[in-house]
Each structure stands twice: as structure tokens, then as C-alpha cells.
Design a protein around this ligand. Structure first.
Ligand SMILES: [Zn+2]
Length: 266
């Protein structure tokens, strides 16, 4: 599981950081985008990711710094002659926003956009490689976190043990790795379970939208490896600004991460 930040600045971009966007690789050539603030497609151009191999866009909420880049990205994919359908997951306001821009700017796309309303779907089984679960957060508009969990983990052979036991390398090793028992040329049976190592735990990444109550993610955080959560303010600035913007401070997110014993938070 590999992800890359395309922007982490809240509200407005800076010279060094664009507004929100994150690329998550899902396969050798496939990837998904989580949030698409203005200018995200420019950030994508600086990476190895291509709009032709993008399989889905997940939008956490309708605020512009999380979705104003979506119409431009969709238009560019069309100009590149993309024909594969694109999945867009988000609140229903995202669908209205995209459709309104398409209508007012007469944007015709050579591919279909399939929308999934995140308010209607707690589990989204649309990606072959990753299970996706949603968590509703607390912000000024309906906002969600997406938890991505690997559906399968690779099976690894205990090579040292194979060599120790004199089992010759070749197609038989591949069969053992695939879970098949084999019989050696001398008639000796070899059991796959004896040589496949205990699989590691599937990795889980949570990407949250804006949120003033990190504890809403307590259930989702169980077993998670990484949490990506906004920290718009320091605690001192949050005290001055007050609760109305409904954002978190770095301290509050860090306190939450410590409470639920997350290994990594960003
Ligand atoms: Zn927001």
C-alpha cells in the first residue's frame, strides 16, 4: 500500500503546499484519488500517476478546497481520450456540483462517471484490491472519512525451510505459494501449509476529511496502520478562533492517535 500527498494545506494553497489531495496506489497501474482541491491535476503531473489509470475519486466533503479541482481533472481526462468509466464517491452535493459545471460549461466527456452517494453506503465494494468503509465526521457540511483495507495479502514461502528440506526450486514452489500441495518426483508429498509463512495483517489506511471530533474515528482506527487527519490549527489558535469552523488542532489529533495507539498519523 503506497500513498502520496498531493496537497495538505487547509483552505488556501501556499507556495509549498497545495490544497487537499492524496493519491493511493491500488495496483501495479491503478490508483485512486482522495479529495481534489483546485490545482490537484497540476500536482499529479509531477508524479508517476496518470489520469488514464485513475480508477476512482473519493471526495470527503463539498468544501471547495477539497473538490474545486475535480471538474478540471475530469475535463483533462476527457481531452486525453480516456474512455474507461470513472467512479466518483462523495456526498450527493458533489454530484450536483459536477453536473452543474458540466452543464454550464458544456463539458462533454468521452467516458462515463459512475457516482456513489457516500451517505447511502457504509461499505463500498467497488475496488478489486481494497475494501472501503466510510465514517461520518463532524464538520459544517456532511463530511466523511474513508478507510481503505487490503483485501488480500501476499503469501510468502519460507525459502530457508524449503532449501533445508531439499525441496527443489521450480514450478512446485509456485504451487506451494498458491496453497496447493505437491508431490515430488520421488513420491514424497509436500504440504503447502508447512512452507507458507503466517500472512501479515492486511494494511489499513484511513483518510479523513475535515473534522472537529477525532474520537468519531475510534472504531475505524481499530487495527488501522495510518490515519491521515487534518490539523488546521495549533491548539492556541483554535482557542482564539473558537469552535465555529469545526476543525481540529494538531494536539487534539495527536491526543486521539495516542489514545487509540495508532502506529502512524499524518
Ligand atoms: Zn471543510
Amino acid at each position: 500500500m503506497e500513498f502520496q500527498f498531493l496537497g495538505t494545506s487547509a483552505g488556501t494553497p501556499t507556495r509549498a503546499r497545495n490544497v487537499t489531495g492524496l493519491a493511493l496506489r491500488t495496483g501495479a497501474r491503478s490508483w485512486v484519488l482522495v479529495d481534489c482541491g483546485e490545482g490537484t491535476q497540476h500536482r499529479i503531473l509531477r508524479t508517476g500517476y496518470s489520469l488514464m489509470s485513475l480508477t476512482a475519486v473519493f471526495i470527503t466533503h463539498i468544501h471547495g478546497d477539497h473538490c474545486y479541482g475535480l471538474p478540471g481533472l475530469l475535463a483533462s481526462a476527457g481531452l486525453l481520450n480516456r474512455t474507461a468509466p470513472l467512479l466518483v464517491v462523495g456526498p450527493p452535493s458533489v454530484r450536483r456540483f459536477v453536473n452543474a459545471v458540466r452543464e454550464t460549461t458544456e463539458l462533454a466527456l468521452p467516458y462515463a462517471i459512475d457516482f456513489i452517494d457516500v451517505e447511502e453506503a457504509m461499505d463500498i465494494d467497488a475496488l478489486p484490491e481494497l475494501a472501503v468503509r466510510t465514517t461520518e465526521l463532524s464538520h459544517r457540511v456532511p463530511t466523511f472519512a474513508y478507510s481503505f483495507t487490503e483485501k488480500q495479502v501476499e503469501r510468502r514461502l519460507d525459502i530457508d525451510k524449503l532449501r533445508r528440506d531439499g525441496i527443489p526450486s521450480g514450478p512446485g514452489w509456485g504451487q506451494l505459494q498458491a496453497g496447493q500441495d505437491i508431490v515430488l518426483p520421488d513420491g514424497k508429498p509436500v504440504c503447502s501449509a508447512d512452507y507458507v509463512q503466517q500472512p501479515r495483517k492486511p494494511r489499513k489506511l484511513i483518510v479523513a476529511g475535515d473534522n472537529d471530533t477525532p474520537s468519531l474515528l475510534a472504531d475505524a482506527a481499530a487495527g488501522a496502520d495510518v490515519l491521515v487527519h487534518e490539523a488546521t490549527y495549533t491548539e492556541a489558535i483554535l482557542d482564539k478562533v473558537g469552535p465555529a469552523p469545526m476543525h481540529s488542532s494538531a494536539k487534539r489529533v495527536a491526543d486521539f492517535a495516542r489514545e487509540v495507539q495508532l502506529q502512524t498519523w499524518c
